[in-house]
Design a protein around this ligand. Sequence first.
Ligand SMILES: *Cc1c(COP(=O)(O)O)cnc(C)c1O
Length: 732
Amino acid sequence: MLSSKDRHLLRDLLSSNRFGTFFGVSQQVLDLVWQALTSPTGESVTYISMEIGADLDVFHPVRDKLQQLEITEHPDEAGNRLLQLFLHGPVKIPNYSGGLGILAGDTLKSFADCKIPVVGISLLYRKGYFSQVVDSKIGQVAWASQWEPENTPGLYLLHDPDSPGQPLTIEIPFYDLQGIRFSAHAQLWLKMEINEALDFFVPEILLDYQTALSPDWIQDAAQHLYNSSSEKIKATQRRLLGAGIIPVMEALGLTSRTIHLNEQHGVGVVLSLITQLLQKKYGHQYEKKATDRHILAAAAEVAKRLVFTIHTPVKAGHDRFSASMYEELINPFCRRVLNLLALDENDPSVYNFTAMAMQLNRATNSVSRLHKEVTQKQFPQYAKKITAITNGVHHLTWTSKARAELYDTFPELHNWRKDPSVFARVESLRANNKFRTYFEHAWRTDTKVLADYVNQMLITHRNQCLATWIDPPNYLSYRKEEEAPFKYTTFTLGFARRFSTYKRADLIFEDLDRLAAIITENNWPVNFIYAGKAHPSDEPGKDLIRNILTVQEELYLKSNGLAKLVFIPGYDMHLAKMMVAGSHAWLNSPKRPLEASGTSGMKAALNGVPNVSIMDGWWVEGYHRGQTGWKFGYEDIVSPEHFSEQQSSLLYNEDSDSFYTVFPEMLRLFYDPSLHGQYIDKGIANLTLNYPIFNTHRMAAEYVARYDLDLAPELQQEMEKFRRLYCSDPSF
Ligand SMILES: *Cc1c(COP(=O)(O)O)cnc(C)c1O
């Protein structure tokens, strides 16, 4: 039986407006958010991202609330269907490939926590990003991801208020070579990022072009995230995002004056904005009447509405398309606009969309201090306006359950869920023996979860090979005599991220003899736990996975069975959370300065896990002279010759050599009982020095200030609290 209070809460969790019925927030909250997003003053922000990672198995406040209150049914039928979905429905939304998408999800969640009116816009990929299976000989095998937006909690197909029973759709124009216009149609999904208190949310509008009205090839182009089967498909996908933004805003009445481009993928929106502006000025004859000067003036006007976060110095992350191909997709007027704004300065046969995004905005930020320097060198003509706002992670998403219980236990950390800055004030905990004991206990709990997972996986793979053609990827699956080889008392080094060349996943296996010697000399066992996906068309990335599999046996034998290296297939947010919390140190070995920020290391830091990292990205700021972990590798000045991803310039020898000098020190601190306290000190220092900074509340607060967002005074004040903790860019 429901108590009357629960019944009240339940009634309060169902709300509706012209576009649908939603579960998880009250009518009052829905109205409040919608009003802010549609207010004539336009103070909200529209946040554009090609991918958004926000799986429900790492953060699911509505389900948590229901479980906490032991609510299992809803009095009315529609409510009950939604409630059951929240309690028992699927938890994966495979619409992200890596850090960029996770950052988008984390950012939107922090905006929801801080009650800042923001709406996200992205694409819905019915076949998502691929799922990864790994075979010992073939390496990575890509499988289609299966998920159903219809049956995923928190996702709603929006209704058209003017045609009852029909989905709300938008239409965007494409053109063929003869200039004949045709349309792509998208239906709109709403996903809600609801905050922990269930009193605010950030809606994400996901454009779904797989409707029968869209031409088949458009539907195909829209199915997979980062579909790069051809240059045209890739460009089409970008256009499906960029050209969809204004139609979505119009269909929903969204009024944001500020449009935030999370990376340049959606920069096509400027074509809509410039066209709109000129149409307003010169009427339907604008194509004839507007001179080049008028177009440039309109572009300057449009630029005032845009803010831009650039995420990587790596070429593959920058969109450059052959102009002759791209011209097929757009009308003659837009070609004119692009010829004025987007031609690559070194190659006029190419449209450079990163350069265009860099030019057309009122503020640009890079994602760490070092990345600012790099970006200024890559775009010297815009050096003045490029600033730094260092990335963060959503602390409620990435703090493990055991760690959250620890933080809940100590009054010094009271309110940490709402205010990650409390950690800055708790130096005293370092000397608190009860805290140290509990801290170690929580850590051990998480390492045990990870070790159990790996042991179980090894057995599952071994058994699966009888039923499928997949050979178990890990050498240890074949060593039947060793049951449960992973022990939680063994030093565990974690590494997981996208497998792309510059991240150098196999760096520390460069000299196996030396690595094995470090381990055998003192009889220090080590678990190496690896995971990550390579883009299916990235052959060198897939080679890295094969390299990891190949060295397993040799490393094991050379170390007399002390070194156990395992690769976990299917990297996703859930696995990431388990790995960062369960490791004893988190390894990051990119070629400096190509890792613009890196965020998995921040997730480790929030769980009090030290990093061992190249001095790249966020670690330049998070290292604190060794108090929070270790550094290795090249760390001198950066200059353009360091931007190369050529194999020969990746510094494998030098940087692995450097790793072998710090690794023994780490193991000694961990294993020597008289030094172990110092290991724990490093863990705790991550809480006091890094927790307050490398979270998305602080990052959002810097966005608010840097982008001059016009928020209510009490919101400004609240954000000021986080902003005071850190200034990513002292020159600002
Ligand atoms: C955090 C995260 C990433 C990004 O990690 P980096 O350290 O920035 O490379 C990628 N994938 C998943 C699943 C993550 O959770």
